[in-house]
Write a protein that binds this ligand. Structure first.
Ligand code: NAD
Length: 335
């Protein structure tokens, strides 16, 4: 890997990838392409901002001519594609933005890579990052495997599913050297405070009601963002072309139980009496089309590529709560 394009590198997971990759691949030149939507923030790049082997290019992945120009300028051999509209609630309000960026943007990058590489696929890789939400919902038992049929229910997951299909179609039709992964919910520093964990921490800090959808019984499988980054590097280095890898933490939590854990750690770190913020829990009308349970079978990546999560949940969540409490200035800067 000499020249790596990272799309969405100013977002939550993308910036964790960039901060890691500038050190992990010092010999490679990294370019972050990011439109800097509300979710993208150059501050998230941290030390990578000053790194010699990284630069941020502000641009829209839907701009095909610009994508072609960037491929020509930087001669990318590797693409790590994370740019997306990523918040389910926003997708319910404005599905068009999700189809535009997640589907058309992905297509525009695939076509730019195909034209630039022009059949010379030796040493090239287009890595598309996706979500477990494409698989739909599980009942009380079972896990999503790479063979689980797609059954998306929200405009977000439908747009991600569609982008996954385009990526596979470019492999099957044109031989584009692609690899995909579908990951469970991530948590950690720099996650935009509209997602469950940072929202919950902020509400506790401000002593405001913590909104919980429905009865709080929806289950998600949580993975610390640095473990996702390690999985992404593993797949980039060893993943077989044309394959998909599921990534997950073996770490299922009902939303309401997760909120109890966050309350415990946040109250503790703020020096408040144990459980004092439990009274902030406020059940609200359920999200439309809310999937009941997601859970990942990650045995393929574990057995074939040797990746396993390094963080246990207790460490990861304590680190995360601590980071948000110490970085109120970052949160304030988003307002
Ligand atoms: N957050 C999770 O729990 C999770 C889990 C599995 C998979 N994923 C996937 O990982 C990827 C990153 O997710 P995230 O949580 O970091 O998202 P995020 O919303 O925090 O960041 C998305 C980034 O993409 C950029 N972006 C959006 N539209 C763009 C466009 N048209 N052109 C260029 N840049 C654009 C934004 O500015 C932002 O920097 C997404 O593809 C998402 O589907 C996320």
């Amino acid at each position: 890997m000499k020249n790596i394009l990272i799309t969405g590198g100013a977002g939550f997971i993308g910036s964790a990838v960039v901060r890691d990759f500038v050190k992990r691949y010092p010999q490679a030149q990294l370019v972050t392409l990011d439109r800097l939507t509300y979710a993208g923030n150059p501050q998230n790049l941290g030390e990578a901002t000053a790194a010699d082997n990284h630069q941020l290019v502000v641009g829209d992945i839907c701009d095909f001519e610009n994508n072609l120009k960037l491929f020509k300028t930087y001669d990318f051999d590797t693409v790590v594609h994370l740019a997306a509209e990523s918040h389910v609630d926003r997708s319910i309000k404005d599905p068009f933005a999700f189809a535009q960026t997640n589907v058309m943007g992905t297509l525009s990058l695939l076509e730019a890579a195909k034209r630039h590489w022009n059949g010379n696929f030796e040493g090239k890789k287009f890595y598309h990052i996706s979500t477990d939400e494409v698989y739909g919902t599980l009942g009380d038992s079972g896990l999503f495997t790479e063979q689980t049929p797609y059954d998306p229910h929200s405009p977000y997951s439908a747009s991600k599913a569609s982008s996954d299909h385009f990526v596979r179609a470019y492999h099957d039709t044109y031989g584009l050297p692609v690899v995909l992964s579908n990951c469970s919910n991530n948590y950690g520093p720099y996650q935009y405070p509209e997602k469950l964990i940072p929202v919950c921490i902020q509400k506790i800090v401000q002593q405001q009601p913590i909104p919980v959808y429905g009865q709080g019984i929806n289950v998600r499988d949580w993975l610390y963002v640095e473990d996702h980054v390690a999985a992404i590097a593993t797949i980039l280095e060893q993943g077989k072309l044309g394959e998909t890898y599921n990534i997950g933490g073996h770490n299922e939590w009902k939303n309401i139980d997760l909120i109890h854990v966050i309350i415990k750690h946040t109250d503790q770190l703020l020096g408040r009496s144990q459980g004092s913020s439990l009274e902030l829990i406020s059940f609200v009308e359920d999200r439309l089309g809310h999937d009941l349970r997601y859970a990942i079978d990650a045995s393929k990546i574990e057995k074939e590529l040797g990746w396993t999560p390094a963080h246990n949940f207790d460490q990861g969540i304590q680190k995360t709560v601590g980071w948000y409490l110490e970085n109120q200035a970052w949160i304030d800067s988003l307002k």
